[in-house]
Ligand binder design. Structure first.
Ligand code: IPE
Ligand code: IPE
Ligand code: MG
Length: 247
């Protein structure tokens, strides 16, 4: 952990947890076993992130495109999310974790929505790490909903088009009030965003690791954070040494 200091630990890390299916396939197991194992990795990752002082951890749990998977797998994933909240909410609350859920909440069936709301309500006043669960989330869907909302405000005469600016848009997204991710990690060797945080990730550092999500250990996490600590973020500006010359 030589490069990790309080100043280099990112405030917000977002993770695309990928590779559960391949992890299971490689062992001759059904995909659902990979998802099950993946939940254990989630627990460990939240713990590690909290210990390191990361303030926000966003986990991509289910995308708006994942509904296209076989019905049995979708139902397994829903079941796992429900079990996770039922089993872990008390522990997370005790550990002062605040839970936020992003994604489309309309048309969620059964007891999923009440459970998500309960998780948010129970932990609302907690002051530790914020665990942002991206569930039924897709960035294009999120932006579409935000644009409809702003368009409705304009149509009703409550908003002038010229008052729409990046701040206003950000405040209309599901992530309102959450800082943009400093770092987005994707596991399993795939190097794409798959519709994750397209607005918020404009200046995120991206790190792709080969490990499948069930194999993502504390060491893998720390190695990614060390790599991040060595990156220079410029946000369209110039690097520090060049600035110093002119000043
Ligand atoms: C990530 O693992 C979990 C979800 C997308 C819900 P996958 O299920 O995508 O696993 P692979 O990519 O098929 O190995
Ligand atoms: C992204 O992984 C979604 C989640 C991790 C929840 P996918 O496995 O669904 O992405 P693609 O299909 O490989 O792009
Ligand atoms: Mg995948």
């Amino acid at each position: 952990m030589q490069n990790l200091t309080a100043t280099t630990v990112p405030e917000h890390v977002a993770i695309i947890m990928d590779g559960n299916g391949r992890w299971a396939n490689a062992r001759g197991l059904p995909r659902t076993m990979g998802h099950r194992k993946g939940v254990e990795t989630v627990r460990a990752a939240v713990k590690t992130a909290g210990e390191l002082g990361i303030r926000y951890l966003t986990l991509f749990a289910f995308s708006s495109e994942n509904w296209s998977r076989p019905a049995a797998e979708v139902s397994d994933l829903m079941g796992l999310l429900k079990t996770f909240i039922r089993r872990d909410l008390a522990d997370l609350h005790r550990e002062n974790v605040r839970i936020r859920v992003i994604g489309d909440r309309s048309n969620l069936r059964g007891d999923i929505l009440p459970l998500l709301v309960e998780a948010e309500e129970t932990t609302r006043a907690n002051t530790g790490i914020t665990l942002v669960i991206a569930f039924n989330y897709g960035a294009r869907d999120e932006m579409t909903r935000a644009m409809r909302h702003l368009a409705a405000e304009v149509a009703e005469g409550r908003l002038r088009p010229e008052d729409i600016n990046p701040q206003r848009i950000a405040a209309t997204l599901d992530t309102s009030g959450i800082p943009d991710p400093d770092l987005i990690i994707r596991t399993s060797g795939e190097e794409r965003l798959s519709n994750f945080l397209l607005w918020q990730g404009a200046y995120s550092e991206l790190i792709f690791v080969p490990e499948l999500w069930p194999d993502f250990t504390r060491e893998t996490f720390l190695a990614a954070l060390e790599k991040y600590a060595c990156r220079e973020r410029r946000f369209g500006g110039v690097s520090e040494p060049t600035l110093a010359v002119g000043s």
